[in-house]
Ligand binder design. Structure first.
Ligand SMILES: *[C@@H]1O[C@H](CO)[C@@H](O)[C@H](O)[C@H]1NC(C)=O
Ligand SMILES: *[C@@H]1O[C@H](CO)[C@@H](O)[C@H](O)[C@H]1NC(C)=O
Ligand SMILES: *[C@@H]1O[C@H](CO)[C@@H](O)[C@H](O)[C@H]1NC(C)=O
Length: 970
C-alpha cells in the first residue's frame, strides 16, 4: 500500500527522484577503482537511505502541521460522503416538495378519471404483472405544497383553503407526468446550430468528468414542446459518441417564473434538488470506435472499447483504494497525523462514485456482444447497471442481462419500432417490449430527443401496447418503470399522496393515437396559460384488448381468402360503401389476390369454402385500400448508416431511382406486413430526407425489379432538394437560381434531347405538364421562392405559346408541382392551394429540429392544430410520407392521428387517403393495377384489419399485395 502511494504521490516521488542518476555516475568510472568506488557507492546509498528514512520520520511528525488542519478536517468529512450509500428519497411524510416555492396556491382537480400507477390494494405481484387489479378510478386530486396531498373519490371544496384553484377535469383521464429516461433536450438545443450543439464531449473517449448540467440551455424551445406532450421529467444525458460520456441530470420541464419557478437555471430544473442520486451515461458499440478509432488510435474495435472501459474502471478503483486508505488512516491516527491530503481527482471522481454505488449507470448498448462484454465488466469491477439503452437485442438475451452484477437485472430502454438505422439496429423487433415483459424484464420507452420528438414519447408506449405489451405495462413504461430506475420511485410516476404533484389531464386515452394533454402540472403549478383543447369524442379509457398479445409475427401467403364480420368498407372509390351502410357485417371474397365480392356473396362464398378456403372470422372487420410509402429510401437503402447497403448520395448527378432499386430487404418486408404494398422513392441528394432524380413506383413484395408487376411506374416525378442539404454545395439563391435556369432552358427548347433518360428530357416533360416537379423544401421561405419560380417559368411558357404556332394552350402546360417535407408549409397554405401544389408531409407532425423547420406547429395544447390542419383549412391536397423508413409500420397510425386531431376536418376515408390516393394524386402517378377499373388498384392492394387500422388497437389481419396473393395472419 505504501509503495503504491510512494509511486503516485508527488511529495514522495520527489524524494526518490535522484535514483535516476546512479547509472550515469557508474558509467563514468574506470575498472581499477571499481571496488573502492563500489564501497563508496554502498556507503552513499546507506547514507541516503538513512537520510531519506529520517526525513520521512521528520515529515510525518514535523511536516504535518504545515498541512492545513481545516482542509484535513474537510477531507475527513469528505470521507463520510464518499462512503455514503444513497437511498431512494421518500415521498410520503414530506410537508412540502423541496422544489416548492412559497406562495404557490393549492389546486383541486375535480372529477378526473385517475390512473394511480399501481394495482388496487391486495393484488398479488403475479396478478399485477398479469394485468389484474389495474383500473381507472373516478375522483378528485388535491395538489398542495408541490405535492399530491389527497386522492379521493370526493374532496369537499368547503374544507379547503380559500385560495385553492379548482380545475374541473370533467371526467377526463389523469395520469402522473410522463418520464423520459433518455433525452438530450437542453444540451442538443433546437433548432440544431453549431453554437448550440453540446451533446458530446468528444475530445476524448473516456470523459466520466463531463456533466450535462454544464451545458443545459434553459431556453431550448424544445423543453416546452416536450412538456406539451405531458412529459414533466427527463433524464438529460450526454451523447453516445464516447464509451464514457459523462454525468446525466434529471430535470423537470419547468423553467423560470412563467412556469412557476424562482429563476432561469439548470439547477432550478433539477427534479431532486438534494441530488440524492447521480446518473451516468456510457455507450458501447459502433459509435465510440467510429468516432475515436483509427490506425494507432483507440478504440479501433470493440476490443479496444472493452480495454478503455476496463482501464477506466481500474483507475477509478485505484482512486477509491487510495481514498479509503487515507480515510481509514485518518480515522485511526487523527488528521493531525496525516502527511498528505485526501487523494482527489476530478477526472475519476464520478466514476469512483459510480463504483461506490452512488451513481445510477445507464448504458447505450444494442448488440449481444456489447451487452455480454458490459455485463462481464460489471462483474469484474462490481457495479450495477440500471438500464441498457437502445437495447434492441436485449429481448433475445435475458439470461445475459440477468448475470449483471448486483442482483438487479437492468431495464431495457427502447423505441417501439424505430430500427434499421445502423448495423446495431438491424436486428430488432417491434414486439421487444412484450418479449422483455414476458421474460420478467422491464421495458421502458424513451425518445432520445431529438432522435424522436420527446413530445410524443408516450406514443412509443402506445405502440408498445399495440405490439402486445399489456396496457398497464405500457403506461408503466413511461411512468413508474423509469421512476423506479431513476431511484425516484417514491416521488415520481404515481398519483398518490406524497408524490410530487406532476400530473397530466388528457384529451383522450393516453395510449390512443394523438392523445394530447389539456393541462400539465409540475410541482402543483399549471404549466399552460391558455391551453388549446382539441374537440374530441369523449370515448373514455381504452378497454385493454388482451388479444393484442397473441402475436403472429409472419403472415402466410394465399391466393384465395374469405373474411366474415367486415363492418366497415373504406375503399377510396366509395363504390362499396352501401354494402355496409346498413350496419350489417359483410363478407369479403378474395380470389387470386383480388377482391371479387363484398357483401353477402353467397355463391362466391360457398364455392370458395367448398374448394377448401377457410374463412377468417372478424368481429369488427375493416376493409381499406393498402398504403403507399413515399419519399423515404425504401428500395434504395437497407441500413442507413451502412453505405454498402445504400444507393448513395447524388449531389451532382441527376439519376433515376429505378436504376438503383434493391428489393427484398427487411424494411420492405416490414412495410408489406403493415399494409404498405407500394412505395415511391427517389434517389437521395445529400442524405436522409433529400431527393434528386426521378422517383420510382414499385411494389414492396417483389424480389427483383424484373418480376412481373414489380415496378408500376419507372419515373414517377422529377425531384430536387432545396433544403438545408443544398448548403453543403451551394447557396440557397444559387440552388433556386440553377433550378429556374434549367426549367427556363427546358421551356425554351424546341426539341426533345436524344437521350430520353437525361435530366433535360425529364425537365421537358415537367414543363409540358407531363411529370410532377417534386421539390423537397421545409421552410416557408423556400416554398415561396419555388412558387415564384413556377409562375416565372409558366409566364415564359405562355409567352412562348403566343410566339409559337400555338399547338399547345398555356393552361395545359402549367407546371405540376409538389412539395415534400413542408414543415412550415402552413405559412403559405393559401398560396399553395391557389397554385394547386400538394404537400407530402415528412412526417405528419414535423419537429422544429432544424433552422428551416423551426416554425412548424407542435399542436395542442400549445397551438391550434399542426401543419396539416393549416393546409387542410386552405384546401391543399396533403399526403404523409416517410422521413425515415422505420415509420413504414406507422403510416396508418399517422393518418389516424390526423383524423383524431383534425377537429372534424377529415373522415376516416379522407384520413386514409393521406397515405394512399392523395400521394398518387400529388405525384401524378397512376397506381392502377392495370385492370382498367380506375380504382387506384385497391382491389388488389388492400388491407383487412380487426378494428380500425387508424386506431392503436387495430390489428392487421390480411394484406393484398397487388401480386396475386394475400398475406393472412393465421
Ligand atoms: C364528471 O364528468 C362527467 C363527464 O363530463 C359528467 O358526466 C359527470 O356528471 C361529472 N361528475 C361530477 C361529480 O361532476
Ligand atoms: C431473469 O431474472 C428475472 C428476475 O429475477 C426472472 O424473472 C427471469 O426469469 C430471469 N430470466 C432468465 C432468462 O433467466
Ligand atoms: C382552432 O381553429 C379552428 C379553425 O381552424 C377554430 O374553429 C377553433 O375555434 C380554434 N380553436 C381554438 C381553441 O382556438
Amino acid at each position: 500500500m505504501m509503495d503504491e502511494k510512494n509511486n503516485t504521490l508527488p511529495p514522495y516521488s520527489a524524494v526518490v527522484a535522484p535514483s535516476g542518476r546512479w547509472p550515469r555516475l557508474r558509467g563514468r568510472h574506470g575498472s581499477p577503482r571499481r571496488r573502492r568506488a563500489f564501497k563508496l557507492f554502498a556507503l552513499a546509498c546507506l547514507t541516503l537511505l538513512v537520510v531519506a528514512q529520517w526525513k520521512q520520520i521528520w515529515r510525518s511528525n514535523a511536516r504535518a502541521p504545515r498541512l492545513s488542519l481545516a482542509k484535513l478536517n474537510d477531507d475527513l468529512a469528505t470521507c463520510k460522503r464518499l462512503r455514503h450509500t444513497p437511498k431512494d428519497p421518500v415521498g410520503l411524510g414530506r410537508d412540502s416538495n423541496a422544489r416548492y416555492i412559497d406562495g404557490a396556491k393549492p389546486t383541486l382537480i375535480k372529477n378526473a378519471t385517475i390512473w394511480v400507477g399501481e394495482p388496487v390494494k391486495g393484488t398479488s405481484e403475479g396478478d399485477a404483472r398479469a394485468g389484474k387489479g389495474w383500473e381507472w378510478t373516478t375522483g378528485d386530486v388535491l395538489l398542495e405544497n408541490g405535492l399530491i396531498a389527497r386522492v379521493e373519490t370526493h374532496i369537499d371544496t368547503r374544507r379547503l383553503s380559500e385560495d385553492t384553484l379548482v380545475y374541473d377535469a370533467a371526467g377526463r383521464q389523469l395520469t402522473s407526468g410522463i418520464i423520459d429516461m433518455h433525452s438530450h433536450t437542453g444540451v442538443d438545443s433546437l433548432p440544431e446550430l453549431n453554437g448550440n450543439s453540446d451533446t458530446n464531449e468528444m475530445s476524448d473517449n473516456i470523459t466520466p468528468w463531463a456533466r450535462s448540467i454544464d451545458a443545459i440551455y434553459p431556453f431550448d424551445p424544445q423543453i416546452q414542446v416536450i412538456k406539451s406532450g405531458g412529459v414533466t421529467t427527463s433524464l438529460v444525458l450526454p451523447g453516445s459518441g464516447n464509451n464514457m460520456g459523462g454525468e446525466a441530470y434529471l430535470v423537470k420541464h419547468a423553467v423560470g417564473r412563467r412556469d412557476g419557478r424562482r429563476e432561469i437555471s439548470a439547477a432550478d430544473m433539477l427534479a431532486d434538488p438534494d441530488r440524492t442520486w447521480r446518473y451516468m451515461k456510457m455507450a458501447c458499440g459502433e459509435n465510440a470506435k467510429n468516432v475515436h478509432g483509427g490506425i494507432g488510435k483507440r478504440p479501433f474495435s470493440r476490443m479496444g472499447e472493452s480495454y478503455d472501459f476496463r482501464h477506466a474502471f481500474e483507475r477509478a478503483r485505484e482512486l477509491i483504494r487510495r481514498q479509503d486508505d487515507w480515510c481509514e488512516k485518518a480515522e485511526a491516527v487523527g488528521v493531525e497525523g496525516m502527511g498528505e491530503y485526501l487523494p482527489q481527482e476530478i477526472f475519476w471522481e464520478s466514476l469512483g462514485a459510480a463504483l461506490r454505488g452512488q451513481v445510477h449507470i445507464n448504458i447505450h448498448c444494442y448488440t449481444v456482444p456489447d451487452l455480454e462484454a458490459m455485463v462481464d465488466h460489471t462483474n469484474e469491477f462490481q457495479f450495477p447497471v440500471r438500464a441498457f439503452h437502445h437495447a434492441h437485442q436485449t429481448y433475445l438475451v435475458p439470461e445475459i442481462l440477468n448475470r449483471t452484477w448486483g442482483g438487479r437485472t437492468p431495464s431495457s430502454a427502447i423505441f417501439a419500432d424505430n430500427m434499421y438505422y445502423k448495423m446495431e439496429a438491424y436486428v430488432g423487433s417491434e414486439y421487444a417490449g412484450k418479449y422483455l415483459y414476458d421474460a420478467g424484464l422491464t421495458p421502458i420507452y424513451v425518445s432520445d430527443n431529438p432522435v424522436l420528438n420527446a413530445q410524443h414519447v408516450l406514443f412509443e408506449a402506445a405502440k408498445g401496447y399495440r405490439y402486445g405489451l399489456p396496457y398497464h405495462a405500457a403506461l408503466a413504461a413511461v411512468t413508474t418503470a423509469p421512476a423506479d430506475d431513476l431511484g425516484m420511485g417514491q416521488r415520481l410516476g404515481k398519483v398518490k399522496p406524497g408524490f410530487d404533484a406532476d400530473v397530466v389531464v388528457w384529451d383522450s386515452d393516453p395510449l390512443s393515437v394523438g392523445a394530447a394533454p389539456v393541462q400539465v402540472w409540475i410541482d402543483g403549478t399549471a404549466q399552460f396559460k391558455d391551453p388549446v383543447e382539441l374537440p374530441k369524442p369523449r370515448d373514455g379509457p381504452i378497454v385493454p384488448d388482451e388479444a393484442l398479445a397473441n402475436i403472429i409475427e409472419e403472415p402466410t401467403a394465399f391466393a384465395d381468402a374469405l373474411f366474415t364480420g367486415v363492418t366497415k368498407v373504406l375503399l377510396a372509390s366509395g363504390r362499396d360503401e352501401q354494402t355496409s351502410s346498413d350496419g350489417k357485417p359483410v363478407n369479403v371474397v378474395i380470389a387470386k389476390g383480388k377482391i371479387t365480392c363484398i357483401g353477402p356473396c353467397e355463391p362466391e362464398f360457398s364455392a370458395a369454402t367448398a374448394a377448401g378456403v377457410k374463412p377468417v372470422a372478424l368481429k369488427n372487420g375493416y376493409l381499406t385500400h393498402a398504403f403507399t410509402g413515399v419519399a423515404g429510401t425504401l428500395g434504395l437503402n437497407e441500413i442507413d448508416a451502412e453505405s454498402a447497403t445504400d444507393n448513395g448520395d447524388n449531389p451532382y448527378k441527376f439519376t433515376r431511382a429505378v436504376d438503383g432499386l434493391q428489393l427484398g430487404g427487411k424494411k420492405l418486408h416490414a412495410g408489406a406486413k403493415y399494409g404498405v404494398t407500394r412505395a415511391i422513392s427517389a434517389p437521395k441528394f445529400t442524405g436522409g430526407q433529400s431527393h434528386h432524380g426521378t422517383s420510382v413506383g414499385f411494389v414492396t413484395t417483389a424480389a427483383t425489379s424484373l418480376e412481373r408487376g414489380a415496378v408500376f411506374a419507372e419515373d414517377v416525378a422529377v425531384h430536387y432538394t432545396l433544403d438545408l442539404g443544398v448548403r453543403t454545395r451551394d447557396s440557397y439563391s444559387g440552388a433556386f437560381g440553377e433550378l429556374r435556369t434549367k426549367l427556363m432552358d427546358a421551356a425554351r427548347a424546341t426539341r426533345d434531347p436524344a437521350d430520353a433518360y437525361s435530366e433535360f428530357a425529364y425537365l421537358r416533360r415537367v414543363v409540358r405538364g407531363d411529370m410532377v416537379l417534386a421539390l423537397t423544401i421545409n421552410s416557408a421561405d423556400g416554398i415561396a421562392t419555388a412558387l415564384r419560380i413556377k409562375t416565372q417559368v409558366e409566364d415564359a411558357l405562355r409567352g412562348k405559346t403566343n410566339d409559337d404556332d400555338g399547338d399547345d394552350n398555356g393552361r395545359r402546360r402549367i407546371i405540376k408541382m409538389a412539395i415534400l417535407g413542408g414543415a412550415e408549409s402552413h405559412l403559405v397554405a393559401a398560396e399553395l392551394a391557389a397554385a394547386h401544389v400538394g404537400v407530402i408531409l415528412l412526417p405528419l407532425q414535423p419537429m422544429a429540429a432544424t433552422w428551416d423547420t423551426r416554425r412548424t406547429l407542435p399542436g395542442a395544447p400549445l397551438t391550434n392544430g399542426t401543419t396539416v390542419d393549416g393546409l387542410l383549412n386552405a384546401g391543399v391536397t396533403v399526403g404523409v410520407g416517410l422521413p425515415e423508413d422505420w415509420r413504414v409500420r406507422d403510416l396508418a397510425l399517422e393518418a389516424g392521428t390526423a383524423l383524431r386531431n383534425g377537429a372534424g376536418r377529415l373522415g376516416e376515408r379522407e384520413a386514409l387517403a393521406l397515405v394512399g390516393g392523395n400521394i398518387h394524386k400529388i405525384l401524378g402517378v397512376k397506381a392502377d393495377d392495370g385492370d382498367g377499373d380506375g380504382e387506384d388498384g385497391e382491389r388488389r392492394h388492400f388491407v383487412v384489419s380487426e378494428g380500425s387500422p387508424l386506431e392503436i388497437g387495430g390489428r392487421i389481419k390480411a394484406v393484398g399485395t397487388g401480386r396475386g396473393e394475400v398475406l393472412v395472419y393465421v
